[in-house]
Design a protein around this ligand. Structure first.
Ligand SMILES: [Zn+2]
Length: 256
C-alpha cells in the first residue's frame, strides 16, 4: 500500500507500507528545482510519487545504499538532473548492493525481477548544498546507521530529512565503532533550536520526535542504561533492539 501526504506546502512524503515495515520518500519543491529524497522499493513507488513535482527538473538524493531507499530509480518518466549521494554510497554499489538484490530474488522468486540498480552520479564527502530556488537543501554526511548515511537540512523551513540516521522506536545499529560519532552528530542537530521538524524514513514524522528519541536511545545504549519504550515493540524492533544491545556490549568489551 502507498499513500502520499502533504506535510506543508512544497513538502510531500510518499509512504510505502509493507507487512514488515513502512518506508518513506520525501519530495522537496523549490521554485526552480525539486528533490526526491530516496526512491524506495521499486519503480512503481516513484511512478506514483513523481506527479507531485509536476514538470520541475529534479535531483534524486540517496540517503544511503540500503535496498529500501534506492530500488525505485528506474520508475521516473523522465531522467533526473543527477543522482546525489555520499561517496561511500557509490562504493557500496560495488560491495553489497547487488548481493542484497540477488539474495532477495532468491528468497522471493519473481518478486524483484524488474529492479534496476542505478548508482549515484554525483558524490560528495562532507557536505554539499542544493539551491532549489527560494529554498536550500544542505546535505551532510552523518555516518552511524551505516557509513554512507547522510541527512538533509532545509534551513528556511527548519526541516531535517533523517533517512535512517534517525528512527523510532529503535534506530538500527550495524557497526558499534560508529556509535559515538553517530550520537555526537545527532546531538549537534538536537541542540539546534532551529530544527522544528525531523522526518525519518521509518518511524515518527511528528515534530522533532524522531530526532530527540534517537538521541535519547543512543545515549542510553552507549551508557548501558535501561531503555524503556512507550508501547510494546513489534517483532522487527524487538529484534533490532536486542541486536543493538549485543553490538553495544561488544564495543565495551573491545575497549578493555
Ligand atoms: Zn531503511
Amino acid at each position: 500500500m502507498r499513500r502520499i501526504l502533504e506535510l506543508q506546502p512544497n513538502l510531500h512524503v510518499l509512504e510505502v507500507i509493507r507487512p514488515e515495515f513502512t518506508v518513506r520518500s520525501v519530495a522537496v519543491l523549490g521554485e526552480r528545482h525539486a528533490v526526491l529524497w530516496d526512491t524506495l522499493t521499486g519503480a512503481a513507488d516513484m511512478a506514483a510519487f513523481q506527479p507531485v513535482i509536476g514538470a520541475k527538473p529534479f535531483h534524486v538524493v540517496y540517503s544511503h545504499a540500503d535496498w529500501d531507499h534506492i530500488w525505485g530509480t528506474n520508475g521516473f518518466s523522465r531522467p533526473p538532473l543527477d543522482i546525489i549521494a555520499h561517496r561511500a554510497c557509490l562504493r557500496r554499489f560495488d560491495q553489497d548492493v547487488a548481493g542484497t538484490l540477488r539474495e532477495m530474488q532468491l528468497a522471493e522468486p519473481g518478486e524483484w525481477d524488474d529492479i534496476e540498480l542505478i548508482p549515484p552520479n554525483l558524490v560528495f564527502s562532507s557536505c554539499m548544498s542544493l539551491d532549489l530556488g527560494g529554498i536550500t537543501l544542505e546535505l551532510h554526511h552523518l555516518p552511524g546507521h551505516s557509513a554512507d548515511c547522510i541527512v538533509g537540512w532545509i534551513p528556511q523551513w527548519g526541516v531535517l530529512l533523517g533517512g535512517d540516521a534517525i528512527e523510532t522506536p529503535v534506530p538500527v545499529v550495524n557497526d558499534p565503532a560508529l556509535l559515538a560519532d553517530w550520537l555526537g552528530s545527532l546531538e549537534s542537530w538536537a541542540n539546534n533550536s532551529d530544527v522544528k521538524r525531523a522526518i525519518s524514513a521509518h518511524g515518527s514524522i511528528e515534530g522533532r520526535e524522531s530526532l530527540d528519541s534517537t538521541v535519547d536511545y543512543l545515549r542510553r545504549l552507549i551508557a548501558g542504561d535501561d531503555i524503556e519504550f512507550e508501547s510494546e515493540l513489534d517483532d522487527f524492533y524487538r529484534g533490532a533492539h536486542q541486536k543493538n544491545l549485543e553490538l553495544a556490549r561488544s564495543r565495551d568489551q573491545g575497549h578493555d
